[in-house]
Design a protein around this ligand. Sequence first.
Ligand code: NDP
Length: 462
Amino acid sequence: MSQYDYDLFVIGGGSGGVRSARVAGSLGKKVAIAEEYRFGGTCVIRGCVPKKLFVYASQYHEHFEDAAGYGWTVGESTFDWPSLIAAKDKEIDRLEGLYRKGLENAGVEIIESRAELTGPNSVRLLKSGKEVTAERIVVAVGGAPNPHAALPGYEHCISSNEAFHLEKLPRSILIAGGGYIAVEFANIFHGLGVQTTLIYRGAEILSRFDQDMRRGLHEAMEAKGITILCHDHIQKVEKSAAGSLDVETMNNGRIVVEQVMLALGRDPNTTGLGLEAAGVETNERGAIVVDKYSRTNVPSIFALGDVTDRVQLTPVAIHEAMCFIETEYKNNPTSPDHDLIATAVFSQPEIGTVGLSEEAAAKKFEEVEVYRAQFRPMKATLSGRAEKMIMKLIVNAADRKVVGAHILGHDAGEMAQLLGITLKAGCTKDHFDRTMAVHPTAAEELVTMYNPSYRIRNGERV
Ligand code: NDP
């Protein structure tokens, strides 16, 4: 008989927490999981899933316009925000139900309460005040939008959390940030008919991506009618008597909008979690420090997902959870593999990417071959839409390995998933060349770029 109440206690019912609890439960362990809000975490409740539903909603007006080129006459269309919110909420409720069911089926005890650490093997449940013990504890409490509290008037601004529940669609919005969330929401709001401005402190949006993707997306967004202000930031936000927001910017004067959204990164949710009581170490960003097996400096406590600030992506948290299970419950020490993570930005057009950008590859390798194609996708011919796709393969000339693949255009995210497999398998450019094209597709371009567009030798384009 164990000296603890549980074999495993998981704090946080998001992607990483639910996966570790569910799989440990199905292995016969005595498991409990505590969640203070809703099961599914950021991804399901106020992140990836509702965001993608919003992306679909925001694309319809272009679909209606494009239909004319294919002989369709679409009658007058209108958009109703409350209907979208209600449909989205219904779907999120369904998914949350599935998450709960998965836990129940695995015999996991579900605790609807905030839980805080009180020691290396103990947790206090805030709702009941009860303290419980566990042999192992997993902290998977995720992150939250950085509120940017130093900004005068930040309290008038929303984050992505509120964007999913706005009572009414604003007529105009200013979005601060140049990362995933800012770019995705700028396209969503614009697509739904909101006058949209994005303000970003750097020279070009999406700072960690390939230059071609960044520039190509910037141009496409501006062509649609989104205003992008680079090299600028918000200095102050004031609410007028009429309810509009008066925004003072550093370089673009005063901007008056109905809504301001801050998308300036996400912080680990570690405040008040009892980490000090348990002796768990955090870094300067408040993230829990873990070793290569997701173990904290306290041997019985582990941390997974966004709270560790390694790579803030749902599939990464799930992978880290599976590695924890392998290591701790299957006697098979497995550390998460964070190399070559394929990712997509659900902007319009999308970006799908895996591996090194041209700039990063040029720094790492002596000689790099860049294969680049830019073309008008077939669908745009009859629709008449002015849009382009960009595809790029980055190849290390020394061993011909494809070290980066980048796509801007429709279904780029879907393609990135498959490219992720090829790069992970270590495919060379010759493997791409030997692969038969699927015709007619946009993706065939990836296997028909036979000659390099240019080379970069010792950092210089030749
Ligand atoms: P990102 O890290 O992607 O972007 C943050 C942005 O805020 C950057 O442009 C950054 O600028 C800017 N910024 C940060 N601090 C300041 C500041 N003090 N003043 C002005 N600008 C600032 O974070 P997001 O919030 O967009 O998203 C959080 C995470 O969620 C992402 O890292 C991603 O991993 C994940 N996510 C993934 C999605 C997907 O897979 N499709 C979708 C949404 C989120 P700079 O670049 O100059 O540092």
